[in-house]
Ligand binder design. Structure first.
Ligand SMILES: *Cc1c(COP(=O)(O)O)cnc(C)c1O
Length: 409
């Protein structure tokens, strides 16, 4: 009799969003008069439609596909040159970072890349993650059998190094002071869920640590477009020495609304080599060639349009709209006496729940008393307990209404 992959059976159920949905449903059934007025600030999905110049590029690409003379079949595994060259020039060269088009790997998004990247490391590679964290980094390593055993009581894996991120360290972990025997370090800035950002010197310290100790940093920069402070780095390759220790993952989801359209990319520099001189870039290219058949031509043309003058203007306008929501929430909650973090260079507001309450108790209280929904911080890891995530991705009306209601408490 066959056996399923036992590593999958080790995964604890990710009940966060299904638990939220069922609590909202139960509340709605018990209070039908109030169900319609629930304000949702829990969503991690964008709400603004694709910008006009992106839609135009999509239409034009569809027309090309309808004509035998311009029809395209399989896309190149690693991405079309027109997009890889545009990315290298606009996202890296323009910021003084040396990245070549052949180090850019176009994909269907950052979630799959951040889950798949662990495949090119050895089975015994030890990973380090921030706590709280985007769950994909850990779960993909669980599936690969790299994380040891799960402790139900603590919510931690035996073979994973956790770096707690709380208000004590400004939600940013520093590198270990000794050799922690870590191979793979996952960092995400601006951060989901805390909204924290990292300064150039502190990111440089991570790059120096990785180079010194032979570790690799997987840098998830899905939210770089939300950075408003000109001093903050948008890419890890703005740090000296990052070409020999860092992989960067980007997405078109949050900067251009591609959550349903699907496009992202990963950068693996040629200088990134293991102890035997094996270039990770070549392994990632091999993986793409075997397991991925390229992002759609139509979508890659839409991605190219994001970098056009009109595309930049329009997408920046959308980001400004979301960030104005963030300011509304941040200012409103501060005025209401809450301790709030994030929301300045990130679309996430990370709220300290009142003393003596758990994240889930605060969730229930907001739902029952003012019909506002957010995400309990404990759902992102044990160090998220006592915090609550609100997002700026909704409408202005919902941000204003949520603040008005929370203030009324
Ligand atoms: C939303 C998000 C992504 C983007 O995922 P896509 O698959 O490109 O839509 C990546 N990382 C983090 C931390 C995110 O929140």
């Amino acid at each position: 009799m066959f056996k399923a992959n036992e590593n999958y059976l080790k995964l604890p159920g990710n009940y966060l969003f299904s638990t939220i949905a069922s609590r909202i449903e139960a509340y709605g059934k018990a209070n039908p008069d109030k169900a319609a007025s629930i304000v949702r600030l829990g969503i991690g999905d964008v709400t603004q439609p694709l910008a006009p110049s992106i839609v135009k590029a999509l239409h034009e690409a569809v027309d090309e596909m309808a004509d035998a003379a311009t029809f395209r079949g399989y896309a190149p595994d690693l991405g079309y040159d027109f997009l890889r060259e545009t990315i290298a020039r606009c996202d890296f060269e323009a910021r003084g970072a040396e990245i070549h088009p052949d180090e850019v790997f176009v994909s269907d998004g950052a979630k799959s890349d951040s889950a798949n990247i662990q495949e090119i490391f050895s089975d015994d590679a030890r990973i380090a993650v921030c706590d709280p964290v985007y769950p994909v980094y850990v779960d993909s390593n669980v599936m690969a059998g790299r994380t040891g055993t799960y402790d139900e009581a603590t919510g931690l894996w035996s073979d994973v190094t956790y770096m707690p991120c709380t208000s004590d360290n400004g939600f940013i972990a520093d590198p270990p002071s000794t050799d922690a025997d870590i191979s793979l370090i996952y960092l995400c800035f601006p951060n989901n869920p805390t909204g924290a950002v990292i300064s150039r010197p502190r990111l440089q310290a991570w790059v120096d640590y990785a180079n010194e100790h032979g570790a690799v940093i997987v840098y998830d920069a899905a939210y770089e477009a939300y950075i408003t402070d000109p001093e903050l780095p948008h890419s890890i390759y703005e740090c000296d020495g990052a070409r020999s220790c860092a992989i960067e993952i980007r997405s078109f989801s949050k900067n251009a609304g591609f959550t349903g359209t699907r496009l992202g990319y990963t950068v693996v520099p040629r200088d990134l080599k293991d102890e035997n001189g094996v270039a990770l870039r070549d392994l990632w290219a091999r993986r793409h060639g075997t397991k991925f058949n390229g992002a759609p031509y139509i979508v890659q043309r839409a991605g190219e349009a994001v970098y056009s003058e009109a595309g930049q203007r329009e997408t920046r306008e959308q980001i400004r709209y979301y960030m104005d929501n963030a300011h509304v929430i941040l200012d409103g909650l501060t005025a209401a006496g809450f301790q709030v973090f994030g929301g300045v260079n990130a679309p996430y507001i990370w709220l300290k729940v009142p003393d003596g309450m758990s994240s889930w108790e605060f969730f229930d209280m907001l739902l029952e008393r003012v019909q506002v929904v957010g995400t309990p911080g404990s759902g992102f890891g044990p160090s998220g307990e006592g915090y609550f995530r609100l997002t700026a991705f909704g409408s202005r009306e919902s941000a204003l209404e949520a603040v008005r209601r929370i203030k009324s408490l």
